[in-house]
Ligand binder design. Sequence first.
Ligand SMILES: [Zn+2]
Length: 306
Amino acid sequence: MTFHLRRHHLPWCAFFFAAALLPAQEVALTFDDLPRTGKLPPGTTRVDIIKHIVKILQDAHAPRVYGFVNGGKLASAPEELEALKAWTAAGFPLGSHGYSHFNLAETSVRRYTSDITANEPVLRSLVSDKTYWHWFRYPYLEEGDTLRKKEAVYAFLRKNHYRVAEVTLDFQDFLWNAPYARCLAQNDTVAIDWLKSNYLIAAEDRIEFGQQMSQTLYGRDIKHIMLLHVGGFETVMLPELLKLLKQKNFKLITLEDAASDPVYKVEPQWPTRHGGDFLSLTMRYRRLEIPWHRRLPKDQLRSLCR
Ligand SMILES: [Zn+2]
């Protein structure tokens, strides 16, 4: 049974009643770019940001949330190892996001795969169980601009027992970090309120976008994987995002659970070109029309509080 509800057209009680009848949606939250990403807001540290995010996730009883690490960031800031330790101390696992956050479209296969190997010592030192840290998230969601490269890296990952952490829900949350840091430094509360509401509008829109594509491709709601980043604004917005997910009837699951959905068992068949989430890329490959979705307010975010 499918419900097509426009919640704006219904009283709230009707919406909640209908949501209760819908089968639960499932999503694994994942965080990229540990130990740091984006501009640091005034009055905080990278370690504080990670600890704060971990606390919010624990309060929400989120099951084992993966953080994807760029070990190379520790070379310039070794003290940020504490941020990674705070993550694992909460019982959350770490995966690999490459040592240097290379873009595969701009890097040779040899350089890219040795960068994955270079990321292993720090992961090995922090996570004892190899099955946990042997997950890989492609930086920029770029899996290879040619099929040859895509197959070569995929074969490397498989040979080295890595699993790929795909992404189906992504609203580029990292775009809000720099304007937030600037607006906070200027104490511009009106601008910060605009950032907050816009963040949630983008999140909701992209969640619905992913759900729509899932229905078009598979005729059902797959187990989703959401991409988030460990930026300063996430410490403000993550509780609101969790509320939104709850309203939309999402239940938090582990990455292992999400990845058990058979849709993710696909061999490389097409180059990704400019990166992208699993669902949009699959839609493009199958020549299906991408559903309407809002443009992210990139220009406004770039110019705010300058
Ligand atoms: Zn990244």
